[in-house]
Design a protein around this ligand. Structure first.
Ligand code: GAL
Length: 958
């Protein structure tokens, strides 16, 4: 077996293109960001390969529309390397769309009432077979110098059911849309030549009841490592603190995919948060045998450790190196934190020995404009927004998150409950749980594993109990340092809730929490979901006809409670470790209490953009540490003069006095965890609140009646990350005095220079506007493809329109007796927009000395690609177009040669409209990505009747 493996490598010794400058640069950037640029040549390299993929939609069940994939006599499952259709390396993808990852094709689609409620009515996936299969292709070069290394492809997650091919070889299927996976492609590499990665994602099934996106929505990497290397997620770092020292236990799993036999050194080096080396240990072990692994555990001392905490998220770095015959051959880095966690059934949760009330939110990965394809910067943006609200904990509901979300939580100081997708005790469930824990267990932010959520079918009974016992014990076998929870919505007291280590209460209204606690005095608990309230940002009167929910924090349904009621309950009970609000941000899908045409949820403390609803200020008051005073509603109520309006103040001041146009409406005392209310007869002008602490005025808050919208204002959101290429821009309008107009809903059009817009949003749950404005690409096959021989004697040619002269092209072709030339003709349809569309014919060779005609006009090949023909609007017409190809036939060299009979494909690009979005109650958001050069980005915004806005965003260094 060994010999076979090596000879296979040797056979792939083919020279072709060298690596491009862009790839080298990219490579360099990744090495720097890994901090490994000083390392030895033979070190591990992890190269992000997100750029320059080709994409096209296939089809769920029509194999012809799926580019003929899996139609072959022998399938890719029958014979190695038999990937067909787009899975074949030679497949012609020139007409496909070019894009960069992360990518979510669902968010690019429009909306339909027929589409999935839970996925936000986007016309993709379930019920849309032509938008449920996405094909991705990418070509990479791998240098001859990499011979002998292990080359692998690493995917952080593909939604979903992905099949991956490399140079036509089937590598595997990953059903889950949330697991990371890695494939070893070493045996298939074409060194110094072209290598083709192909991914077929099938998003026809949903895993969740919430928006999940579609496609390669997380990073993809090319990894090169030594044959003797640390395996994927191969380190496990834990620590114990005694006095002023931490004993760090670093477990590493090493695999040998080569023939080396003998001793190796394992060097473990720890760097402190400032990057200074603080400890180092070298150990000698015997290398594992061929394709075997070995685990090594080192104990390393760190004196006076800087603990990972919410306000000081100190991160240490472990560098694991393998030294083989005196040379460093692998380097693997692990970020970790030193901290202690503890749940106490009487007193809740403790971080580093300090009692911490968990002020949490649940969230899905979904953002305005970009769906599930969050650039890393957006992960930081969203976690910063939550921290700004006073939140200290995040529940990844209900699936393994994108790794960068956890990095953001580690770096910004946010505790995390990390949740697996499905409960069960077989491979599908336990293996997923294992992969989740092994991937994530070094993140100091994670304080609890969640092995399930609201499993209604089993949670109250014996089956739930059995499954929980197994999943709990199983997770302890991989990470004994963290407890396990399950979010439970019914049957508190029985089933899962009677055995789960940390009781996860989903909603006070679902049972008697105190009674459960009295029955299970030794079981700590927390509110894994609470709230589930409805609010539309900037709306203060519920209007069911418009699907508007008022933003006052009211009890939403008989068995659900307001945020204030929820927090009071949890805050007053020390035995409850805290609560997680459903949800921090709105997300697509679950537009409870409405349905179509509402497309996003109403649950968020913030909308899908991260613009705050008023509840944010309630939480800031009681969760945060800063003095807060916030008044609602806005004061633009033209037509409501003299009518009573509810005015609320959210504040942590002792007292608040309210004034309308300088006249006091009374001073009120603030109850702890409460809010204040006044009934105020509307008159335009100034509503002013003054907040007192210890009888001293400490804050003033004003809501002023504004004039009409006059100017567009663009600003970079303050929560933008300080590095990276992506920025979040707030769009608003102001009146002639520069006051923000809270009721504005103008449609704004955007242009950008020096970058691109990734998406637009406004937080309106009923908006059916586009999230993205991208050119529509439509691929049209040539139909009715026919041929006739071209006779040598031109005078005797049958007339072109003589029906009997034509027969199906290539049917029963006798390759030994071909005519000297053939005329082929076929049809393609152009529906509309012939004037605006860009139409190209991507020809595939069916002969030599070709001449190509469209509707009788000779067309010429483009200068950049001799087999691409641009079809000008002067030769095209709406309806049926005829393409004619005159060519001398290709000759078979060997009898079994398979000749191309496919003439190619027509690509129709319909250019998109300009980027635009309506403001919703005063705000819209655009997410931009700067080009990778040093220029500034300029965003311009215009609208009818308003003064345009311009913003220059300067390039920040990665
Ligand atoms: C819970 C569920 C959440 C979400 C929420 C909406 O039952 O766990 O995922 O669906 O209800 O109210």
């Amino acid at each position: 077996m060994k010999i076979l493996f090596l000879s296979l490598l040797a056979n792939h010794f083919i020279f072709m293109k060298t690596i491009s400058l862009k790839e080298i640069l990219l490579h360099f950037i990744v090495l720097i960001s890994m901090g490994s640029f000083a390392q030895n040549q033979s070190d591990r390299e992890l190269i992000v390969i997100d750029k320059d993929w080709r994409f096209a939609f296939g089809h769920l069940y029509d194999t012809q529309k799926d580019f003929g994939h899996a139609e072959g006599y022998f399938s890719y499952l029958a014979k190695t390397g038999f990937g067909d259709g787009p899975a074949a390396p030679g497949f012609d993808d020139r007409a496909w769309r070019k894009l960069d990852l992360p990518h979510d094709w669902a968010v690019e689609q429009g909306f339909s009432e027929k589409a999935s409620y839970s996925h936000g009515f986007k016309t993709s996936g379930k019920g849309f077979p032509e938008k449920s299969i996405g094909w991705y292709r990418k070509k990479i070069n791998i240098s001859q110098n990499d011979q002998g290394k292990i080359i692998s492809l690493k995917f952080d997650g593909v939604f979903r059911n992905s099949k991956v091919f490399f140079n036509g070889h089937f590598l595997g299927t990953e059903e889950s849309g949330y697991n990371g996976f890695e494939y070893d492609v070493t045996a298939y590499v074409n060194y110094d030549g072209e290598n083709t990665i192909v991914v077929r994602a099938d998003a026809s099934m949903e895993e969740g009841w919430f928006y999940e996106g579609a496609g390669i929505y997380r990073h993809v990497y090319l990894q090169k490592s030594n044959q003797l290397h640390v395996i994927q997620n191969g380190t496990y770092v834990t620590s114990e603190i005694q006095d002023n020292n931490a004993e760090v236990t670093a477990e590493v799993t090493i695999e040998n995919k080569g023939n080396f036999k003998g001793n190796i050194e394992i060097i473990q080096t720890i760097f402190d948060p400032s990057g200074k080396q603080v400890s180092n240990i070298t150990e000698n072990i015997l290398a594992p045998d061929f394709y075997k692994t070995v685990k090594n555990t080192s104990k390393i001392k760190v004196s006076n450790p800087l603990l990972w905490d919410l306000d000081a998220p100190n991160l240490y770095r472990l560098l694991t190196q393998i030294k083989q015959e005196g040379k460093i051959t692998d380097s693997y880095e692990t970020n970790f934190g030193i901290r202690t966690i503890k749940f106490d059934p009487e007193n809740g949760f403790f971080l580093n020995g300090k009692s911490i009330k968990l002020k949490g939110t649940n969230n899905h990965q979904d953002h305005a404009g970009i769906g599930a394809a969050l650039p890393d910067e957006l992960q930081y943006y969203r976690i910063k927004k939550l921290k700004e609200m006073g939140s200290n904990a995040y529940r990844c509901s209900h699936n393994p998150p994108t790794p960068e979300l956890l990095d953001a939580c580690d770096k910004l100081g946010m505790l995390v409950i990390d949740e697996t997708r499905l409960m069960g005790i077989n491979d599908y469930h336990l293996n997923d749980l294992k992969r989740l824990i092994e991937r994530d267990r070094n993140h100091p932010s994670i304080f609890c594993w969640s092995v399930g959520n609201e499993e209604w079918n089993i949670e109250g009974g014996i089956v739930g109990e059995r499954i929980t016992n197994i999943m709990q014990g199983f997770s302890k076998s991989i990470d004994p340092t963290r407890p396990v929870t399950v979010g439970i919505s019914s049957g508190f007291k029985s089933g899962i809730s009677s055995v789960v280590e940390i009781m996860g209460y989903n909603y006070m209204g679902n049972g008697d929490i105190d009674a459960h606690r009295n029955a299970f005095k030794n079981q700590p608990g927390m509110g894994t979901e609470e709230g589930s309230t409805f609010a539309t940002r900037g709306i203060y009167f519920t209007d069911d006809a418009k699907h508007y929910q008022s933003a006052y924090d009211k009890k939403p349904r008989p068995t659900f409670y307001s945020i204030e009621e929820g927090w009071k309950f949890y805050a007053e009970r020390p035995y409850l470790a805290g609560m997680f609000i459903w949800t921090g941000f709105d997300y697509r899908g679950e537009p409870t209490p409405y349905g179509w045409p509402s497309v996003t949820s109403y649950f968020g403390m913030m909308d899908v953009c991260g613009f705050p609803k008023d509840n944010v200020f309630y939480l800031k008051s009681w969760w945060g540490n800063e003095p807060v005073l916030h008044l609602l509603p806005h004061w633009n109520w033209s037509g409501m003069e003299g009518k009573e309006i509810d005015v609320w103040a959210y504040s942590n001041c002792d007292e608040v006095e309210l004034f309308l146009n300088k006249k006091s409406l009374g001073k009120k005392k603030m109850e702890q965890y409460g809010h204040l209310e006044w009934k105020v007869k509307y008159a335009p002008g100034t509503l002013e609140a003054i907040g007192y602490k210890n009888d001293k005025k400490i804050l003033t808050e004003i809501q002023k009646t504004t004039g009409n919208p006059e100017n567009i204002k663009l600003s970079v959101d303050k929560e933008n990350p300080s590095n990276g290429n992506v920025a979040v821009i707030t769009v608003e309008v102001t009146d002639k005095n520069g006051l923000h107009v809270p009721t504005a809903n103008n449609e704004i059009t955007f242009t950008i220079k020096g970058g691109k817009i990734l998406g637009v949003g406004n937080g309106d749950p009923t908006s059916l506007e586009k999230d993205q404005f991208i050119d529509d690409i439509h691929l049209v096959a040539i139909s009715n493809f026919e041929e006739r021989k071209q006779l040598v004697d031109a005078a005797n040619q049958p007339a072109l329109d003589e029906p009997n002269a034509w027969k199906e092209a290539f049917k029963d072709r006798d390759y030994k007796n071909q005519a000297s030339a053939y005329i082929y003709r076929g049809k393609f349809e152009l529906k509309n927009n012939v004037q605006a569309n860009i139409v190209d014919f991507f020809y595939k060779k069916i002969g030599v000395n070709e001449s190509i005609f469209v509707n009788g006009n000779l067309v010429n090949a483009s200068s950049e690609d001799s087999q691409k023909y641009h079809l000008d609007k002067t030769v095209l017409k709406e309806g049926t177009n005829v393409i004619t190809i005159r060519a001398s036939p290709l000759q078979k060299v060997k009898d079994w040669d398979v000749m191309n009979t496919d003439p190619g494909i027509i690509r129709i690009i319909t250019p998109s409209e300009p980027w635009k979005r309506k403001l919703f109650n005063g705000y819209a958001q655009i997410i931009i990505q700067k080009d990778e050069n040093n220029s500034d980005v300029i965003v311009s915004a215009s609208a009818k009747g308003l003064k345009a806005g311009v913003l220059s965003v300067s390039q920040k260094k990665k």
